[in-house]
Write a protein that binds this ligand. Structure first.
Ligand SMILES: Nc1ncnc2c1ncn2[C@@H]1O[C@H](COP(=O)(O)OP(=O)(O)OP(=O)(O)O)[C@@H](O)[C@H]1O
Length: 297
């Protein structure tokens, strides 16, 4: 349904995408997971026919993005990262406006947006600029859906949105799956990976790995320890010198230590105690998707 083949893009000297290849199946809820600057927006803008790649090709619904941009624009709904609706128009006026552009009406597609729109309806005469962050996102999603697209491209729809609204937003995306809409969603929040069918982990313009969240976690085959001590920063530096260390990263108040081979936690503990660390605790842990990301090369 969506195929990217060796897409590359640079802005002057900044490389935003480096030979990115991806395949997203029809009906999938696919996540692009990565921090700011990973290249997610650039990739979505290319797929959304808003930006030309420097190299590589992409197909949506079998059509090439550059040559068939008109047909693709009719087939997709695109929700940009920054709020893009008319702040001075009311909720209803915005929706009506987007429906008209695509030659359709709210009534014609009401059943598709009903779940979302009922939450907005009490505010339908309020100007979009006066809505809360979560409500703005719901309205933007309604507007992106109003022409019944087969593909939805959503750029960081939950960034800056409160946790409850984030959860509601993902529940809406899950419901949209039942309408057969293929969705590509970018997010910097690792915990949202588990809500996707499959994800691509992105960093520095590259895809590090793709797969279902569960399969990526299962493929993480290094022993992992959570290590704590009173001086986290010095501990991190010391753990990086430890002979069995594969990689070590700060994780809140702990350091997650991945090892070249299994070692007893007590060995790590005595290594740190010998270096005069205090408050040391070492616990074996199961990897999360964040570990998969952070320890990926
Ligand atoms: N118009 C631009 N001009 C110059 N550099 C840009 C431009 N747009 C993006 N970049 C750079 O390209 C790289 C990838 O940016 P991109 O916006 O695609 O990443 P992202 O993963 O979406 O992150 P963000 O959440 O910050 O948008 C970054 O280094 C960014 O600074």
């Amino acid at each position: 349904m969506i195929t990217a083949q060796n897409l590359s893009k640079a802005y002057g000297k900044t490389t935003a995408l480096q030979e990115v290849s991806l395949t997203i199946q029809a009906g999938e809820l696919f996540g692009l997971i990565g921090p700011d600057g990973a290249g997610k927006t650039t990739l979505l803008r290319i797929l959304g026919t808003l930006l030309l790649p420097d190299a590589g090709t992409a197909f949506l619904d079998g059509k090439p993005v550059v040559e068939s941009y008109r047909a693709i624009r009719r087939a997709i709904g695109y929700m940009p990262g920054t709020f893009s609706l008319y702040q001075d128009l009311t909720v209803e006026e915005n929706l009506h406006f987007f429906a008209t552009i695509f030659g359709t009406s709210i009534a014609e597609n009401y059943e598709l947006i009903r779940d979302i729109y009922v939450q907005l309806e009490p505010f339908k005469n309020r100007r979009a600029g006066q809505l809360s962050g979560g409500m703005k996102q719901k309205l933007a999603l309604c507007c992106a859906l109003i022409h019944r697209p087969r593909i939805l491209l959503l750029d960081e729809p939950t960034t800056g949105v409160d946790p409850v609204s984030r959860e509601e937003f993902w529940a809406m995306l899950q419901r949209l799956k039942s309408h057969g809409i293929t969705m590509l969603v970018s997010t910097p929040y690792m915990d949202e990976a588990s809500l996707c069918d499959r994800v691509a982990l992105m960093r520095d313009g590259q895809v590090l790995s793709t797969g279902s969240p569960q399969s990526l976690i299962e493929a993480f085959d290094r022993p992992l320890l959570a290590v704590q001590a009173d001086d986290t920063y010095r501990m991190l530096t010391d753990l990086r010198q430890f002979e069995s260390t594969y990689s070590a990263f700060a994780f809140g108040h702990a350091v997650h230590l991945s090892l070249k081979a299994p070692v007893w936690p007590e060995l790590v503990q005595s290594y740190l105690l010998n270096l005069k660390h205090t408050g040391v605790s070492v616990t074996p842990i199961a990897p999360s998707i964040e570990d998969v990301f952070i320890h990926a090369e």
